[in-house]
Design a protein around this ligand. Structure first.
Ligand SMILES: Cc1cc2nc3c(=O)[nH]c(=O)nc-3n(C[C@H](O)[C@H](O)[C@H](O)COP(=O)(O)OP(=O)(O)OC[C@H]3O[C@@H](n4cnc5c(N)ncnc54)[C@H](O)[C@@H]3O)c2cc1C
Length: 421
């Protein structure tokens, strides 16, 4: 498979750009693999990529019930940041952000990572104090973070509602290295990178059952037949509890909820940053895509479901937030909106861990924040599967933390998954 480069574009120009290689193959499943990853979202594809690249394992399959990137991977609002404070999250998300910074070169694929700053507004001195604590912790642990006063904010982002807001804006917490990326490109880049190293990505292949013998998983039953596996990793986001039950393991501390996203008609440049607004029950985040569409979202849909569609009350909430914080959006037409199925855990934090079955590994519980996590998640999940022990950075991401009482509750919201939205 050829590398992408300016020279390749030039050379292919002589044949009308018609002779590019396929980005990945469409292989028939083999009888058995050393590692089978279920789910060709960002986490599954990144895991396969790093298993091959970092650990030299080549006989790998990624099984996907639909098309790769058709789940949350291609449905999110693409915010990337590492402004986490809690031990357990802090170093993991920073490692992930560092991988983002090199990802286009690493994958030889333009993932359009744009470090346009993540700007979290605050509306009270108490919120400013909480932000100062979090952002000071970040600075003390080698991450960038700063607080902007109102004058700086007005200069940087002139179109916010500074005059008549129900909750007056008094400043913002900012991470400059944070930003956004193109979600499809990340999935395609990891898929192409994994395929180049011999990973079989098998689409339209739904896992319908898990065969266990002598305490181990030996094969997966799929819509394309039985596929043997020496090791299996689940990376199925909102479907994690379904797969867990297929493996005969009972219930997980996860609920599946819906989250919607919205995009407007394309506009001339209006917003250079990712802006987050959250106060008094409102929750809203917005950025502008490179095509000009305003991309935004709000809270979860507030009830459990596996359906990939949202409901109108949340559309109204999000529209109210949009016009409260950026009144000029009131005249903008909405182009589309959609939803994804979120795997909301009880403490709002993820799982990258071993399971009660020796050769079965779990990656899930990414809640509303798994896009930013995907490079780091793939990196550490691959390491866990290859070496059969967690790296210290992810040892807090296990299921046992609920038994030990050491949950990683970044929002301090308690054991109610929908409050972590
Ligand atoms: C509207 C919305 C906005 C979001 N915004 C952000 C954001 O701004 N920043 C951020 O960091 N995160 C965000 N997220 C969260 C992020 O998108 C997810 O946490 C992340 O994509 C989940 O990991 P994934 O990509 O591997 O999941 P997915 O892409 O959902 O991958 C899982 C795959 O598993 C497949 N699968 C399921 N069951 C089976 C089966 N039985 N057999 C075979 N395959 C199966 C699915 O088809 C799917 O393709 C958002 C999510 C949504 C829905």
């Amino acid at each position: 498979m050829s590398r992408y480069s300016a020279w390749a574009v030039f050379k292919n120009g002589f044949s009308g750009q018609k002779n590019w290689d396929r980005q990945w193959r469409d292989p028939e499943p083999k009888k058995e693999y050393d590692v089978v990853i279920v789910g060709a979202g960002l986490h599954g594809l990144a895991t396969a990529y790093y298993l091959a690249k970092n650990h030299g394992i080549k006989n790998i399959a990624v099984l996907e019930k639909g098309w790769l990137g058709g789940g949350n991977a291609g449905r999110n609002t693409t915010i990337v940041r590492s402004n986490y404070m809690m031990p357990g999250n802090r170093y993991f998300y920073e490692h992930s952000l560092k991988l983002w910074e090199e990802l286009s070169h690493e994958l030889n694929y333009n993932v359009m990572f744009s470090q346009r700053h993540h700007v979290s507004l605050f509306h009270s001195p108490a919120a400013r104090d909480a932000a100062a604590r979090r952002y000071n912790t970040m600075r003390l642990t080698d991450t960038d973070g700063e607080l902007w006063d109102l004058d700086t904010l007005k200069k940087e982002i002139p179109h916010l509602n500074y005059n008549n807001a129900r909750f007056p804006i008094i400043g913002a917490a900012v991470q400059r290295r944070a930003g956004s990326a193109r979600h499809d490109a990340v999935a395609w880049g990891y898929a192409r990178g994994a395929d180049r190293q011999g990973v079989d990505i098998i689409q339209n292949c739904e896992v319908t059952g898990v065969t266990r013998e002598d305490g181990k998983v030996t094969a997966l039953e799929t819509s394309r037949g039985r596929i043997g596996a020496k090791k299996v990793g689940f990376a199925v986001a909102g479907n994690t509890s379904r797969l867990w039950q297929m493996a005969g393991l009972g219930n997980l501390p996860i609920e599946s909820h819906k989250l919607q996203a919205f995009v407007s008609e394309p506009l001339k440049p209006l917003l250079d940053h990712v802006v987050v607004y959250g106060v008094g029950g409102a929750h809203f985040y917005i950025s502008q895509s490179d095509k000009g569409g305003m991309v935004f979202g709000g809270d979860l849909d507030w009830y459990k479901s596996y359906a990939q569609r949202g409901n109108l009350p949340v559309v109204q909430d999000v529209a109210e937030c949009a016009t409260a914080i950026m009144p000029c959006l009131g005249r903008v037409r909405l182009l589309r909106h959609w939803s994804g199925v979120m795997d909301m855990s009880m403490d709002g934090s993820a799982f990258i861990c071993k399971t009660p079955i020796d050769n079965l590994y779990l990656n899930g519980g990414w809640n509303y924040g798994g896009f930013k996590a995907s490079p780091g998640s793939g990196w550490y999940f691959a390491d866990l599967i290859a070496n059969d022990r967690p790296d210290p950075v992810i040892e807090h991401f296990d299921l046992g933390r609920f038994k030990r009482g050491v949950i990683i509750d970044e929002r301090g919201a308690g054991p109610d998954p929908k409050l972590h939205g």
